[in-house]
Design a protein around this ligand. Structure first.
Ligand SMILES: Cc1ncc(COP(=O)(O)O)c(C=O)c1O
Length: 403
């Protein structure tokens, strides 16, 4: 089992490679929620995510012979970079297996931190198989991303920092993928401030912990589907689950649309770039996925900011659509001069701004006398969208809302 002392011991080791990240009060999110919200800005961690903490603690606690043999791991994301930097800084050779389709930016970042990157397999599971082969063939230490006590202890140092920077904190909200992060943080908080609540957040399309807690044993999903790739796991680790059962107060879920809203709001209001997993705790707060009191001191742990730019584009559009700032719809017009102009006039009368328009008179989805039109429109909020839709419907347009 993981003890508070393990997290304390990790602290000095972790200081070797990672930063004590800022914890800042947020006027915006406090006034939006009525709580006293402070953001733990782990997005400013070296490598852009917390994984460097756990990796550092694990490398630092290897035996001499393990250090000499080197480490190997599999990851398509933040763990890869954390292991690469931690191992290199401590003079240990590292090999990281990534799936063949891993984003080039992540491959390059991992290489730049000093690891040898091996591309193998179509997904994480196949990459992990190859990494285990390397473990056996070369006698390397397999550095697991979450199912390891020392890795969890390293991640727990975030909990120590939160308690020190904000001693009155009442609730800390943490994303859950494999569960190593929350296990470490919950252990730190149980040791330092046992009355503080720890709430876990999973993406709805990758949730397994609420069901696992209900059954008292780990449940594994057949598949996962979420924009938050950092927490897209089919189940939690065996060891983290033991800790979660004992020390986590509640586990809730959020949808991808809610995550998209949180990413967009953090960017627009706080100027913070988070990845889906990093924004999930704020999504749980904004959408009141757990109960809290007025003025309750709450810390959403924003644990990573490594978002692929293509994903970010999609997330922003979804986040804006969800908050009534963007509308994409399709309609059918008679294929004759002036029809498009009439539609555009209704839209401009509501002072909505057209971003993009696609007019297709050859579409097979409509009759030969008609044309299909798809529009992307900038709007000013839910009321503005409702007004625009009312006006269009009153003018006789049949609408198919696409986002
Ligand atoms: C940004 C981010 N948040 C949260 C998590 C979840 O951590 P864990 O797998 O230890 O639960 C990850 C895991 O990769 C992550 O990258």
């Amino acid at each position: 089992m993981l003890d508070y002392e393990d997290v304390l011991a990790a602290r000095d080791r972790v200081a070797e490679t990672s930063r004590h990240t800022p914890l800042r009060y947020s006027h915006t999110f406090s006034s939006m929620t009525g709580a006293d919200v402070h953001l733990k800005q782990e997005v400013f961690q070296r490598t852009g995510a917390f994984k460097i903490r756990g990796a550092t603690n694990r490398v630092a606690t290897l035996s001499e012979s393990e250090r000499e043999a080197g480490v190997v791991t599999a990851s398509a994301g933040n763990h890869a970079q954390g292991v690469a930097l931690a191992a290199t800084r401590m003079g240990v050779d590292a090999k990281v297996v990534m799936p063949e389709g891993a984003p080039i930016s992540k491959i390059k970042a991992t290489q730049s931190y000093g690891a040898e990157v091996i591309l193998d397999g179509v997904d994480y599971d196949e990459a992990a198989e190859r990494a285990h082969e390397i473990e056996r063939e070369e006698g390397r230490f397999y550095l697991h991303a979450f199912d390891d006590w020392e890795v969890m202890a390293g991640q727990g140092t975030i909990g120590l920092e939160i308690c020190e920077d904000l001693p009155g904190v009442e609730t800390v909200v943490v994303p859950i993928g494999g569960g190593g992060l929350i296990a470490g943080i919950a252990t730190a908080i149980a040791g330092k401030q046992p009355d503080t609540r720890v709430i876990g957040v999973q993406a709805e399309g990758a949730a397994s912990v609420p069901q696992s807690l209900e059954r008292g044993e780990r449940v594994e999903r057949d598949s996962v589907d979420t924009i938050a790739d950092g927490i897209a796991t089919r189940t939690v680790g065996e060891k983290p689950f033991e800790v979660i059962k004992e020390r986590v107060d509640e586990v809730v879920t959020v949808t991808d649309d809610q995550i998209a809203v949180a990413v967009t709001q953090l960017l627009e209001r706080s100027k913070l770039l988070t990845e889906g997993a990093g924004a999930a705790p704020l999504a749980a707060l904004l959408f009141e996925r757990f109960d809290f009191d007025e003025d309750e001191t709450i810390v959403p742990a924003l644990c990573g900011g490594n978002i692929d730019l293509n994903t970010l584009t999609t997330v922003i559009v979804r986040g804006m659509a969800e908050t009534g700032r963007y509308l994409r719809f399709r309609t059918v017009l008679p294929d004759r001069p002036g029809a498009l102009d009439a539609l555009v006039t209704v839209i401009s009368e509501t002072r909505s701004n057209i971003y993009a328009i696609r007019h297709d008179r050859t579409s097979r989805d409509v009759s030969m006398d008609d044309a299909e039109v798809e529009l992307d429109v900038e709007t000013r909020g839910p009321e503005h969208v409702a007004n625009l839709l009312d006006r269009l419907e009153a003018a006789g347009y049949e609408l198919d809302i696409l986002t």
